[in-house]
Write a protein that binds this ligand. Structure first.
Ligand SMILES: [Zn+2]
Length: 107
């Protein structure tokens, strides 16, 4: 899967940008592989990640953007119950079927 240029989160379009690690650090104030910017409606992904890692980072940041757009903004930085929700989002962004998702879980 290539990360798309935009992704719609609850009807809100986020731009997906691969940027330098320096830009991520400037934006987040620390080291991170990605960042969901709820104000700019951007998902930033640090360059230089292996493709499969970049995909995981993208899915991860979609989770944060989802929290930002879902009316539970106070939980934007939360990873509570992330495993379950992560897999739901992953299924959406990767267009996985239920069977594929189950197969993935067994690994
Ligand atoms: Zn996170």
């Amino acid at each position: 899967m290539r990360t798309p240029r935009t992704v719609r989160i609850y009807g809100v379009t986020y731009k997906v940008k691969v940027v330098s690690t320096e830009e991520i650090e400037t934006t987040t104030g620390g080291e991170a592989l990605g960042f969901a910017d709820r104000d700019k409606k951007e998902i930033l992904l640090a360059e230089g990640q292996e493709p499969h890692v970049l995909e995981d980072t993208f899915v991860h940041e979609c989770w944060h953007a989802r929290l930002a757009e879902s009316g539970v903004e106070d939980l934007i930085a939360s990873h509570f119950d992330e495993d379950t929700a992560y897999r739901v989002i992953e299924a959406i962004v990767r267009n996985l079927t239920t069977a594929e998702l189950r197969e993935k879980k067994r690994k």
